[in-house]
Write a protein that binds this ligand. Structure first.
Ligand code: NAD
Ligand code: UDP
Length: 330
């Protein structure tokens, strides 16, 4: 028999969170979406609002929140460097105080709690591909530190709440994820390149374009997160979730230009400070413990993303309002 769980999703109106809300509602679970709408949008969850099992709460997780729930997915935190560097103090507060508030809630109501951690905990990695046993190479005082160190501290808190209070925790280290519902002005590379290619604007490569990333399609990621939540108490992670296919930013730009059939030229812009040179997940643990591996090839996922942005841009009267922002360069 399938038992329904009441699920709290912080950051549920964001890019990844909105897919989680959708999937968990589809499976018959009551879902509470908590979001302060910093980078989230009502449009991401508009199609879910008619569902009586769905509840939306405008709330900032740096303040305590209480609800009787069985599972908590702690997704709240801006993920794009442009957005998390906009108010770095708030980013650290969201990661650290938000984690304390969600762990406190999990402890009080005996809920399982999953943390959306990140490959950024590896920093600019000297081990490649990155395994969960690697402790990382992170600058503690740079412009990315509010996010990297905030997420690292959140992981520490998760494991201390487990050791000290026996909270049922899960930590997922998410690698670069993309897909429909990213904001056109999100600032991350896939949305920037796709919007630029569709508009015929120059494709902005930061640095020489030889830095690499591994891109996971959002529905693959969400499947991995739900599988991780479904594991028994012994499985805590941290566990890498991402697509091991590794591409340079130059390769990504060329692929998107070709898929869009765009006449955009490639231009080179300064590399943001502390931009990691390479990133690729080792997903052996996810395969072994969750039976999970991504199934969407990059070209297929980009195709869906391009269709989404094409429709979005056609629907907007003033395209200049969605121009991707410049990188934060200090
Ligand atoms: P996103 O910016 O689209 O979503 C984040 C959501 O959190 C937004 O809806 C935002 O309004 C909300 N939020 C931010 N601060 C909040 C606060 N203090 N209180 C309540 N809500 C708040 O980002 P995303 O790509 O959906 O990422 C979701 C999570 O996954 C984040 O925690 C991110 O760090 C993590 N992650 C994402 C990626 C990726 O590539 N997408 C990679 C690694 C980790
Ligand atoms: N990037 C780029 N052009 C852009 C946006 C990003 O070349 O318009 C690069 C960025 O410098 C980084 C990579 O793409 O090397 C991925 O950047 P993103 O912000 O998507 O994520 P993160 O750096 O956090 O992995």
């Amino acid at each position: 028999m399938h038992l329904q769980k009441t699920v709290l999703i912080t950051g549920g109106a964001g890019f990844v969170g909105s897919y989680l809300c959708e999937k968990l509602l589809d499976a018959g679970n009551p879902v509470v979406c908590v979001d302060n709408f910093f980078t989230g949008r009502r449009a991401n969850i508009a199609h879910l609002l008619a569902n009586p099992m769905f509840e939306v709460v405008r709330h900032d997780i740096t303040l305590p929140y209480f609800a009787e729930v069985d599972e908590i997915y702690n997704m709240a935190c801006p993920a794009s460097p442009v957005h998390y560097q906009f108010d770095p103090v708030q980013t650290t507060k969201t990661s650290v105080i938000g984690a304390i508030n969600m762990l406190g809630l999990a402890k009080r109501v005996k809920a399982k709690v999953l943390q959306a951690s990140t490959s950024e905990v590896y920093g600019d990695p000297s081990v490649h591909p990155q395994t969960e046993g690697y402790w990382g190479n992170v600058n503690p005082i740079g412009p990315r530190s509010c996010y990297d160190e905030g997420k690292r501290c959140a992981e520490t808190l998760f494991f201390d709440y487990r050791r000290q209070h026996d909270v049922h925790i899960k930590v997922a280290r998410i690698f670069n994820t993309y897909g429909p519902r990213m904001l056109p002005n999100d600032g991350r590379v896939v949305s920037n390149f796709v919007v630029q290619a569709l508009k015929g604007d120059p494709i902005t490569i930061y640095g020489n374009g030889k830095q690499t990333r591994s891109f996971c399609y959002v529905e693959d990621l969400v499947d991995g997160l739900i599988r991780l939540m479904g594991t028994d108490k012994a499985v805590t992670g941290p566990i890498n979730l991402g697509n091991p296919g590794e591409f340079s930013m130059l390769e990504l730009a060329e692929m998107i230009i070709e898929l869009v059939g765009s006449r955009s030229e490639i231009v080179f812009r300064p590399l943001p400070v502390d931009d990691p040179r390479q990133r690729q997940p080792d997903i052996t643990q996810a395969a072994e413990k969750l039976g999970w591996a991504p199934t969407t090839p990059l070209k297929a996922g980009l195709g869906k993303t391009i269709t989404y942005f094409d429709q979005l841009l056609r629907g907007l009267e003033d395209h200049s309002r969605v121009r991707p922002p410049a990188a934060v360069v200090r």
